[in-house]
Design a binder for this molecule. Structure first.
Ligand code: UD1
Ligand code: UDP
Length: 374
């Protein structure tokens, strides 16, 4: 394997795993690379669901998750754990994705060892360090460290250039989330059983319009989550809708949703879905209510309107195209915006268009070529 570049891809949470499995597949199939995977286990169950469906067996698993861990403890454990792996593996490049604590510490540990970093989904900025929190700072820390910036869109590339990033290191690759979505959609088409587990809910809610919900943002913990729960209760009081809500495993989310929403006729609070079932849920939903980053990218690609329950977004492309709307966490506003889409056919039709500004499904291949040239 002389001359092959040794790439270590580091990830730890569900969205990183989803957005990096297409790249791990592509690197593993390319003889120009020796590809290794280090998972930090920042998430456990939600990460393992993705590893299983994508067929990835990590070379390292740091198993750092502790129940309701503080950001300080999480960050410290990640940094030390990743540093140890880097000292052992001594890769030529480290790949990180997005803006989690795993991504930030992965980049920092690589920087401490002068290992170049490739940042996938680089250049997202909300301009507000408290929304999303702590992700806006995590990705800004990765910015000056990275030697290769894979920006999903022109907007993201421009944000990096505005921060005086060397233009030669900034490339618009598209977002690998679309590669992942195409991959999973094709798998489901071949093996429908992979996403068959929602049949019971489809039967229970037959004739109603489904609203798919996810929420987990830290800045929404407490009042924001209670307000979101209040909005969901009010929307689900309509006889013509039903809510399917796979609840994030963070206890700050679960605690509120279980208390506020359990037992309502038109609300199914369910465990986090594996990726094929979640893609199927978006497909069967009339609209999505979410504070997730990834869902803001996937739902427009599948032609579903998204109401984004956040104050700011680093993904303006969906808003600008009119397929997503920023509604914050005020319950009255969420209810009003949802009702508008439920009752006004023209408003719904204007948002329900397949729209794919985030990628064409070939992003991983572009990133592989950039790494090969680097
Ligand atoms: C993390 C990321 C966030 C990302 C989100 C995606 C940080 C600081 N936060 O937030 O950027 O958008 O993931 O979902 O990097 N838990 C489980 N099982 C799991 C996952 C989580 O039990 O599979 C529980 C644990 O108690 C854990 C807690 O959730 O301590 C919080 O997990 P953590 O990764 O710290 O934060 P998230 O809110 O998941
Ligand atoms: N997702 C999933 N199962 C679920 C909810 C979400 O597989 O029950 C997927 C979704 O398709 C998207 C990703 O998880 O690709 C989004 O992760 P999350 O919302 O946890 O994080 P964020 O994108 O906000 O960082």
């Amino acid at each position: 394997m002389s001359g092959a570049q040794r790439i270590l891809t580091i990830f730890g949470t569900r969205p990183e795993a989803i957005k990096l499995f297409p790249l791990v597949h592509a690197l593993g199939a390319d003889r120009r690379f020796v590809s290794g995977v280090c998972v930090t286990g920042q998430h456990r169950g939600m990460l393992d669901q993705v590893l299983e469906i994508s067929g990835i067996t990590p070379d390292h698993d740091l198993a750092v998750m502790q129940p309701d861990q503080t950001l300080d403890a999480l960050t410290a454990n990640l940094l030390v754990g990743i540093g140890t792996v880097l000292d052992r593996e001594k890769p030529d490049w480290v790949v990180v994705q997005g803006d989690t604590a795993t991504a930030m510490t992965g980049a920092l540990a690589a920087y401490y060892r002068k290992i170049p970093v490739c940042h996938v989904e680089a250049g997202l900025r909300s301009g507000n360090i408290h929304h999303p929190w702590p992700e806006e700072i995590n990705r800004r820390i990765i910015g000056p460290i990275a030697a290769l910036h894979c920006a999903p869109t022109e907007t993201a590339a421009k944000a990096l250039l505005a921060e005086t990033t060397d233009p030669a290191t900034v490339h618009v690759t598209g977002n690998t989330v679309i590669d992942a979505l195409f991959w999973i959609t094709e798998r489901i088409a071949r093996e429908p059983g992979l996403a068959g587990g929602l049949a019971g809910l489809e039967q229970r809610f037959a004739g109603k319009r489904i609203i798919g919900v996810t929420s987990h943002r830290r800045e929404n913990f407490g009042d924001g989550m209670r307000s979101i729960a209040d909005a969901i209760r009010r929307i689900a009081a309509r006889p013509d809708v039903a809510v399917i809500y796979p609840v994030h495993l963070n206890p700050n989310v679960r605690g509120v949703m279980d208390k506020e929403l359990a037992g309502l006729d038109n609300v199914a609070l369910i465990e986090p879905l594996d990726y094929p079932h979640f893609a199927h849920l978006i497909g069967m939903s009339h609209l999505m209510l979410t504070d997730s980053g990834g869902v803001q990218e996937e739902a427009p690609a599948l032609g579903k309107p998204v109401l984004v329950m956040r104050e700011t977004t680093e993904r303006p492309e969906g808003i600008e195209a009119g397929t997503a709307r920023l509604v914050g966490t005020d319950a009255d506003r969420i209810v009003a915006e949802a009702e508008r889409l439920l009752d006004d056919e023209a408003a719904y039709a204007a948002m329900a268009r397949a729209h794919n500004p985030f990628g064409d499904g070939r992003s991983a291949g572009r990133i592989v070529e950039l790494l090969a040239k680097a």
